[in-house]
Every structure is written in C-alpha cells, then in structure tokens.
Design a protein around this ligand. Structure first.
Ligand SMILES: Cc1cc2nc3c(=O)[nH]c(=O)nc-3n(C[C@H](O)[C@H](O)[C@H](O)COP(=O)(O)O)c2cc1C
Length: 179
C-alpha cells in the first residue's frame, strides 16, 4: 500500500506527527511546498493520502489544497488531521473537526485531531502577537468559565501536550479494509 503524508507546520508539532505517522505507516512524508512540486501521477498511484495542518482560528491551515482534490481521489483512503493547542475533549475541537469537511466530503474523507501545544520560541512574530492578544483577551473576559480561565492561563506560555497515542485512531482507520 502506498501512502503519502503531506503537512503544513509552523512550529514543528504537525511535522512531528507527520513523521511519527510516516514511520508507523511506512509512508512518504513531505511538506505542502514539496507536494506542490509533484505531478498528478505521483498522487494517482497512492492508495492513501493524508494531509495534516495546524489549527488557526478553528480552521486547518492550507486544508483547501487537500479538500479541492477529494473529488479526484475518491477511491483512496483519505485523512485530514488537525494539530492544535487545545486539549482533546474541548467543545471547539469537536466543532472544528465537524466544520473541517462538508457532508459530501465526509463520504470520502475522515478528519482527526491531535493535540499539539504552543511554542512561542518558534512562532513567527505575527502569530506570536495574535496568540498573546488572544490569551490576554481570554484571561480578561468578565464572565469567563473556569475552563476558559484555565485555557487563558495555559496559552500564555509554551507547552507540549503532543503524544503518539493520538495517532492510534488514524493508523487504525488507514489500515482498515475498505468494504
Ligand atoms: C494565530 C493562531 C491561531 C491559533 N488558533 C488555534 C485554534 O483555533 N485552535 C487550537 O487548538 N490552536 C490554535 N493555535 C495553536 C496552534 O494550532 C498550535 O500551536 C499548533 O500546535 C501549531 O502547530 P505547528 O507546530 O505544526 O505549527 C493557534 C495558533 C496561532 C499562532
């Protein structure tokens, strides 16, 4: 089975998951910039195609590249995965996953979430400013819930909550026999 993993990563969490996944699935792995240099045949020959992008404002960065190609890749195992700073189980994670694919796209592709973290050290300046402003807004919110207050505190500094265990459902899904 030929599987290709393509990813977009700013601070390394999505890259780490893409590399872990490539090892588990013995797949080819490359950045989106590298994928754009490949010809269509390279992807046509694959049995599975996986795209991973980091979460930005509830969306998966550069996922349009993958979504636009779903109609052409219908017979393949198709996976979209998102890596964000939110811990699993937060309502916005479910919402983002649901919004990642339309009902039509969901017939052919499946979306997953892997918790990543925050690395202010590796973030580009505009991202750093946006995150710091967002963290301050959450912390200062008047009627914030306990969960929101904790989140505001958490995202004010760097942390890493990534774990290979979040890839288990993706690996199982890719290996599952197609009916
Ligand atoms: C501008 C901006 C917006 C973000 N929005 C979200 C978000 O909506 N949900 C989330 O879980 N994480 C969000 N994050 C956090 C990143 O998705 C998180 O740090 C991720 O692990 C980065 O992955 P990377 O290391 O592959 O770039 C945001 C980060 C930035 C800089």
């Amino acid at each position: 089975m030929k599987t290709i993993i393509v990813y977009s990563s700013q601070t390394g969490f999505t890259k780490r998951y893409a590399d872990w996944l490539a090892e588990k699935l013995r797949a080819d792995v490359m950045t989106l910039a590298e994928a754009k240099k490949q010809d269509n045949k390279y992807f046509d020959d694959a049995d599975g195609i996986i795209y991973g992008g980091w979460a930005m404002g509830g969306k998966i960065v550069n996922s349009e590249w993958f979504k636009e190609r779903i109609p052409a890749w219908k017979g393949k195992k198709l996976v979209l995965f998102c890596v964000g700073a939110s811990p699993n189980g937060m309502p916005e994670v479910e919402e983002a996953l649901h919004n990642a694919l339309t009902d039509e796209e969901r017939k052919y592709a499946k979306a997953f979430y892997c918790q990543g973290g925050i690395s202010y050290e590796k973030m580009k300046l505009p991202s750093k400013l946006a995150m710091k402003a967002f963290a301050a807004m959450v912390r200062k919110k008047k009627d914030a819930t306990e969960q929101e207050k904790d989140m505001g505190e958490m995202i004010s500094h760097s942390y890493d909550i990534s774990d290979q265990k979040f890839l288990i459902p993706i690996v199982e899904y890719v290996r599952e026999e197609t009916a």
